[in-house]
Design a protein around this ligand. Sequence first.
Ligand code: NLE
Ligand code: FE2
Length: 294
Amino acid sequence: MFDEGQCFAPIVEDAHGNVSVQLGSEHPGFADAEYRSRRDRLASLASSWEPGGPCPIADYTAEEDEVWRVVCEALETRHRAYASGVFLEGKEMLHLPVDRVPQLDEVSDLLAPLTGFRYQPAAGLVPLREFYGALADKHFWGTQYIRHHSVPLYTPEPDVLHEVVGHGNTLAHPRYAALYESAGRAARRVESEEALEFVSKVFWFTLEFGVHHEGGELRAYGAGILSSPGEIEEFRGMEIRPLDLIDMGTHDYDITKYQDVLYAGDSFAHVEDVVGAFWDSCDDDSIGKLKETA
Ligand code: NLE
Ligand code: FE2
């Protein structure tokens, strides 16, 4: 996913639906003109999509399939070692292809009998309210381009590996799906931009970068850690704070680096109790009160 709050690469779309993006110098594809034009071409596919219609097919190359394969292979053992048990259950149920990049519709069809979530193609930046609001309808905005082959273990922006391996395996599990839907309803309920930002930051520190204790170890349940073979090796060494809504909702983060502050639940159920209940009941007033005590 890619939203305004975390966007460092604003997209420009011309009258023909062709998308181009100014990558930041921290992006591994910054100096690779061929990669940038390929990324723009895959991003432009989203322009031809009509709500409710099929996702455009991306003609992934052998080199792109190879990036997918390398990352999936690197994640296989790391997931078993460091991922939340609930994530591992979702991954087992979804059973994604590991040797080629799947199409978004293919993943949606795998999700259909599990939780009913469906992908919608995103060119890049999706405004916060649209991105999160769609979750209430079980729609997930996903990019189709893939990270630069030179740094497969980490990319500073959401790509199809993050959307599908990170989020897809979570969207497959009814317990995660219920949390995504709660976040979506919260995003639609709140009116002010400040309250929406609070909701999105809680999402960032939970469904994107959340960790929880399990069997005496710290395990990751957030999609941003679970799609990066590099970051998943490092998260246990970061500053681990207790699960705290006010702290999460007001803490600033940098999307382009490994997250150095993480919030740990006592268990996945603890996250469901605290964060799910927050999204199910929050409004502008209650968030305003939380921010006052920050
Ligand atoms: N850093 C993530 C990865 O390498 O998979 C992608 C960005 C998540 C917000
Ligand atoms: Fe994400």
